[in-house]
Design a protein around this ligand. Structure first.
Ligand SMILES: [Zn+2]
Length: 296
C-alpha cells in the first residue's frame, strides 16, 4: 500500500515537472476558441479597417500583449503603428526583446470585410479569416511573456490592418520600416488556420525559405500535423507576406484551403476547428523559437 502511494505521488510529481517544462501547454483549442468568439462576434462587425470596431480590435490585441508582458518595438512608446491615413485602424506590433539585432516575425491580419447593406445576416464575422490567425498571435504572446529563456533574435508579433483592402497594413509596415527590414531573418504569416481537414495545414514559400521550412518540420515532430507543401504557390501573392517577399525577407505562409464560407457572412465561430488552429499556433511558435536561437 505504501509503495503504491509512493508510486502515485512520484507519478504526480513527474507529470507536474513535465507540464512545467513545456512552454506551449497554455495554447489550447478552448483558449483559441474563446478569442475567435470575441473577435468574430456580431458586436465586432467584421473588424473592418476603417471602422470603430477595427480600432477596438487593435486596442484589444494591444491590451492582451501588454498584459502578457510584451514590449513595443524599439524607439516606440506604443504598440500602435498607424498607417498614413488617419481613418485606418493601426497595425499593432509587440515584441520579446532578443540579445542581438535580428528579428523573427509572426504575423496575421485582424481586419475583415465591411458589413453588407442589406440582407438578413449583414456581418462578415471572419472567424476563420482571420480571427483564427489573430487568436494565434494572442495565445503566442502569453507564452512569450512567460519565457525565462533568452533568445538572440527579437520575436515580433504584428497584427496587420487592412489586408482585405489590399495589404494596406503590411505594405505600410515595409515602407515605414519601424524595424530594419533587412534584419528580419524569418517571417511566418498566418491567414485562415481553422477550417478544412482537422489535421492539415498548407505551407507556401518553403523552397525560398529553407531555414523556416526546417524549423517548421522540426517543430512538427512534437505537433504531428499533416503539412502540405507548395501546393498553392500563387497564395504567396494574396496575403501579408507579399510586401516582405518583395524585399527578399525569408517568409512563409500557413493557411487552409478556401471553403464554402470564405468571404461570406457565414464564416462563423461555430464552424471553426479550434484543435487545428491550436496545433498550427503551437507549430508556429516552436518554429519561431528555434529560428530566434536560444542563448545558452
Ligand atoms: Zn485573410
Amino acid at each position: 500500500m505504501r509503495n503504491t502511494l509512493t508510486f502515485l505521488i512520484l507519478c504526480f510529481l513527474i507529470s507536474c515537472v513535465a507540464k512545467q517544462q513545456s512552454p506551449i501547454d497554455s495554447i489550447t483549442p478552448q483558449s483559441i476558441h474563446a478569442e475567435v468568439e470575441w473577435l468574430a462576434s456580431d458586436n465586432m462587425k467584421g473588424r473592418y479597417y476603417r471602422s470603430k470596431e477595427g480600432r477596438l480590435a487593435a486596442k484589444y490585441i494591444a491590451h492582451k500583449w501588454i498584459s502578457a508582458g510584451l514590449s513595443p518595438l524599439p524607439n516606440k512608446t506604443s504598440m500602435y503603428l498607424p498607417t498614413d491615413d488617419m481613418r485606418d485602424s493601426p497595425n499593432v506590433a509587440g515584441m520579446l526583446q532578443g540579445t542581438g539585432d535580428e528579428y523573427v516575425l509572426i504575423t496575421a491580419h485582424y481586419d475583415h470585410l465591411a458589413p453588407k447593406r442589406n440582407g438578413k445576416d449583414t456581418i462578415y464575422n471572419g472567424a476563420d479569416d482571420n480571427a483564427s490567425g489573430t487568436a494565434a498571435l494572442i495565445e503566442i504572446a502569453k507564452v512569450l511573456g512567460n519565457q525565462q529563456q533568452r533568445y538572440r533574435a527579437s520575436i515580433v508579433l504584428v497584427a496587420f490592418t487592412g489586408e482585405e483592402a489590399g495589404l494596406v497594413g503590411s505594405e505600410h509596415f515595409v515602407k515605414s520600416a519601424p524595424i530594419p527590414i533587412h534584419k528580419i531573418k524569418a517571417l511566418i504569416n498566418l491567414d485562415m488556420i481553422s477550417r478544412g481537414d482537422p489535421n492539415t495545414i498548407f505551407l507556401e514559400g518553403a523552397p525560398d525559405a529553407p531555414r523556416i521550412a526546417l524549423a517548421l518540420s522540426n517543430a512538427n515532430k512534437q505537433i504531428g500535423l499533416n503539412i502540405i507543401r507548395d501546393k498553392h504557390p500563387d497564395w504567396l501573392y494574396r496575403s501579408d507576406q507579399l510586401p516582405f517577399l518583395e524585399q527578399e525577407v525569408p517568409a512563409v505562409f500557413l493557411s487552409v484551403e478556401d471553403h464554402e464560407d470564405y468571404h461570406r457572412v457565414t464564416d462563423h465561430t461555430d464552424k471553426i476547428i479550434p484543435e487545428l488552429a491550436a496545433k498550427t499556433t503551437k507549430l508556429t511558435l516552436l518554429a519561431a523559437l528555434e529560428l530566434a536561437h536560444p542563448v545558452p
